[in-house]
Design a protein around this ligand. Sequence first.
Ligand code: AGP
Length: 613
Amino acid sequence: MCGIVAYIGGQDATPIVVDGLKKLEYRGYDSAGIAILDDGKIEIRRAAGKVALLETLIEKNPVQGTTGIGHTRWATHGAPSELNAHPHLGMAGRIVIVHNGIVENYLSLKEELVSEGVVFKSETDTETIAHLIEIFYNETNDLTAAVQKALKMIKGAHGLVVMSTVEPEKLIAARLGNAGGVALGIGENEMFIASDIPAIMGHTRKIVFLESGQFAIVRRDGFSIHDLEGNPVKSEIQNIPWDPIFAEKGKYRHFMQKEIHEQVRSLSDTLSGRVDFQDYRIILPGLNLNKEKAQKIKKIFITACGTAAYAGMVGKYLIEHIARIPVEVMVASEFRYCDPILEDGTVVLAISQSGETADTLAAMEEARKKGATLWSIVNAIGSQAIRIADGCISMQVGPEIGVASTKAFTAPILDLYMIAVYLADLRGTIDRDRRLELVKDLLTVPSLVEKALENDRAVKQIANRYKDIKGALYIGRGVNMPIAYEGALKLKEISYIHAEGYPAGEMKHGPIALVDKDLPVVVIATQDPWYDKVISQIEQAKARSGKVLAVATEGDELIPTIADEIFWIPKTPWLLSPAVTIIPLQLFAYHIAAFRGLDIDQPRNLAKSVTVE
Ligand code: AGP
């Protein structure tokens, strides 16, 4: 997905827009550009590559003005290049736009425009929007009407901002469907627009989020929000509690490293306000539940993408074990197209850090269409996955900037555990003693994670020995089987080393053929109900000269005699162990990628939130 930033006010827009782009670069970073209204003219600066290259270009060829728009791109149509970088102009050079999303009918629109004599300069679908607005402006002599007409012609999901020399006193922002958010930041006689709030937080905490099918007319002294017919709609101004410092690296080399080490605080934050210490009870008002509604739940479908889906796989074990409610987990890109059977009493629970992932939002809409109750566990404040759900739990861990998700993986594990205890308590599946035991175990997790993080140096030494591997197999059982998948994904996405997560019990059904002295096997072998079974997997791998790197519980005396490397974690209640066993695997992937000198916060081909299919 792409990053959008815009400013209109009394300050110089260039540094505000460029700094905002840097804060959004994690959303897409193969090219970037800005357009500034400079003395009645639109000045554009664009560059392929990171925002830093755009900054260098602007230093060489400065541009100033009090109104500007900017964009960081994650290419969908047209290779990453200066030519395809946004912003894009209409033919007469009076209208310019930045855009997030895909114009699904752009080919037919482009053919029609070309037949009318429009000359395209880029390979992007976005440029069709700029030309459409310009053509409609020539007909209506009204920028707002021109934008409205263009919005009705383009198919797909979009977030966009329009600036012009014809009506320079306004910017027009619009949101159609789920192509990432469009947020308005309200300043003192100045306004900010961005696709995500880290770009705005340093200037104002007063934020309004556009809903799908809305556009905003934004002037320096205020704004109005309308539906596509132009009717005014009510908007809620939110005060965002996030501290801008979250969006800074501080003493760390990378945001991912900071966010791995932030998990002691972020796990405490996701628990805060949700434990009643009088009765050691979980309280989740965001789910709008009571005993009667809880009793009616017959099944929970968990749907998400990537790392969030692996957290959902842990949730299956937790909810089924604690609350005895059947749970099915399905990645959202499958759920949305498999015509799922959602009988009465089904809850569909979506998990999403960004709250804007296209597949996950589409799965939520599919669930809504089929009449299911819709819950979500989301991190990004004001995002679509919060707004469209019947009940929501905020991860409340602050913005996650690193593309490889870490704190937004461990937080939903605890949120799912709390949902399990909350449902079991409401339905009477557990008694008071069991509830006290489960809640007290939950409260130990932040300090257990802190202990696991204290082994960072040891993990780094292991990573140094394995930084040149060509592949790895990750295996686990039971509640830690999803950790094999998530550990493998971390290694893949930041070090570009192929790694495969697998249920440990499946080794003998094929993958063991891969094992030899060059293929390390990472095994989650902590003391849990499956421990003995995992031991035999380690021995099977060793018997084939495999190198075994085991995540083990401190004090274990057997594992050091059979494994080649140990990632130690503190003794942890086994139900909650996934939130701790993943810590050394996050660090392992991080250090290997760091040794390999890779771009850890912005890995190649990836974006922080995938708002396209
Ligand atoms: C995780 O490290 C990846 N960046 C990716 O799998 C991510 O978890 C997935 O795209 C889902 O994103 P979401 O949580 O914002 O919906």
